[in-house]
Design a protein around this ligand. Structure first.
Ligand SMILES: [Zn+2]
Length: 141
């Protein structure tokens, strides 16, 4: 059976999950996922997901000008996050913290955050963001 999945749905899935490819030969994680291991050239890879992994903050940048629809997130912090187990480095929004509170190497946990909203179509897109672990103790959402 053939059917087409609407584009937004596919994108939504990819935004929800941090998909990577783990090499069965050398054990390294390829991110973004690829069909050939960029470390050893093997084609024997399996899909893995990194979105439950804690990370640490390597460095970050503050964005003061953000596109329409992002107003409530100003200023926006984009961090370079190194995931603890896989050592994969990704760029992702850092949330629930003020820029002056950011520290190198701080422990971060992944959270699902609204990244934008398409008012006309009524769609809300979500993506992975990271927030400091220490600030979430005893807090309800
Ligand atoms: Zn490999």
């Amino acid at each position: 059976m053939k059917f087409s999945i609407p584009r937004f749905w596919r994108e939504r899935i990819s935004h929800y999950r941090l998909k990577a490819a783990k090499c069965r030969v050398c054990g390294k994680i390829n991110y973004p996922p690829s069909s050939i291991c960029r470390y050893c050239g093997s084609k024997d890879l399996e899909e893995v997901y990194l979105d439950n992994e804690y990370g640490r903050l390597i460095t970050w940048t503050i964005i003061h000008t953000v596109p329409d629809g992002f107003d409530e997130q100003r200023p926006r912090i984009i961090g370079l996050v190194e995931l603890i187990n896989s050592k994969v480095r990704i760029l992702a929004p850092i949330t629930d913290i003020l820029p002056e509170e950011l520290k190198e190497n701080m422990l971060l946990e992944p959270v699902l955050r609204r990244i934008n909203e398409d008012g006309e179509a009524g769609l809300i897109h979500y993506g992975i963001a990271y927030r400091p672990v220490i600030k979430t103790i005893g807090r309800e959402e």
